[in-house]
Design a protein around this ligand. Structure first.
Ligand code: AMP
Length: 214
C-alpha cells in the first residue's frame, strides 16, 4: 500500500504520519526530515539546502529524487511532504510507484499560525513538541528522556510561514487534480480537531479502505 499524506505546513501532517507509522508498518518517506537529518549531520548538501529551507523555498527536484530513490522499492510507503509539485508526482509514476490512497488534511489559517508559533521539533527524532498549552516560548528545550534538544525549526518564522502556505496552496491544487483524474481515492480530513480525534478518523478510514481493496 502506498499512501500520500498532504497538509499545509502546521496542519499536523507530520504528527499524524508519526502516529500512523507507529501503528502500521510503513516506510515513511519525508524529504523534509531527510533534509533536516542532512543538516544535523552536516552532510555534503547542508550548505546548499540551508538557504533554501531558511527561506521557505523548495529544494531542486534532482536533490529530492536522489534522497528518496533508495526507499521507493518498499512495499508499504507513507509519503509525507512529497510530492510538492507535479514533476515529483510524475517521478513516482516513472518509477512504477502507484499511489493507492491520499490523505488530505485541511486546517484553518488561524490554527496553523498558532501551531507553528509554538511547535518545536526534536533535533534527532523529529517528534513535535507542542508548547501551546504551556504558554512557553523558547528556542531550545531539552528532552530529559532522550537527552536530545527540541528546537524551533529555522523555517517556522512568521514571514516564511506565509510564503510556505501560499506556495503550498498553489501547488496542491494541481497535484490533487492530477491524482483525482488518475482515479486515486482522496480522503479529506478536517484537521481543526485535536490530534487524537484526527488520528482516529484517519485510522478508521484507512482500515475501511484496506478492507474494500483487499
Ligand atoms: P517539511 O518538513 O515537509 O515542512 O519541509 C521543510 C522544507 O524542506 C520545505 O520548506 C522545503 O524547503 C524542503 N522540502 C521538503 N520536502 C520537499 C520536497 N518534496 N521538494 C522540495 N523541497 C522539499
Amino acid at each position: 500500500m502506498k499512501i500520500i499524506i498532504f497538509g499545509a505546513p502546521g496542519s499536523g501532517k507530520g504528527t499524524q504520519s508519526f502516529l500512523l507509522i507507529k501503528k502500521k508498518s510503513f516506510c515513511k518517506i519525508s524529504p523534509g526530515e531527510l533534509l533536516r537529518l542532512e543538516l544535523f549531520n552536516k552532510g555534503n548538501l547542508s550548505s546548499k539546502i540551508t538557504t533554501f529551507i531558511k527561506n521557505g523555498k523548495l529544494i531542486d527536484d534532482d536533490i529530492i529524487f536522489s534522497l528518496i530513490s533508495r526507499y521507493l522499492n518498499s512495499e508499504n510507503i507513507l509519503f509525507d511532504g512529497y510530492p510538492r509539485n507535479l514533476n515529483q508526482a510524475l517521478y513516482l509514476d516513472d518509477n512504477n510507484v502507484k499511489i493507492d490512497l491520499i490523505i488530505n488534511i485541511t486546517v484553518s489559517f488561524s490554527h496553523i499560525f498558532k501551531r507553528m508559533k509554538y511547535r518545536m521539533v526534536s533535533e534527532k527524532t523529529y517528534s513535535v513538541l507542542d508548547l501551546l498549552n504551556n504558554n512557553v516560548d523558547c528556542i531550545r528545550y531539552k528532552d530529559n528522556d532522550t537527552g536530545f534538544n527540541f528546537l524551533k525549526r529555522i523555517d517556522d518564522k512568521y514571514t516564511i510561514i506565509d510564503k510556505r502556505l501560499n506556495d503550498y496552496n498553489i501547488e496542491i491544487v494541481n497535484i490533487l487534480s492530477y491524482y483525482s483524474r488518475s482515479g486515486v481515492f482522496i480522503l479529506n480530513v478536517d484537521g481543526n480537531h485535536d490530534i487524537n480525534s484526527v488520528y482516529m478518523f484517519i485510522e478508521k478510514n484507512i482500515s475501511e479502505f484496506y478492507k474494500k481493496n483487499e
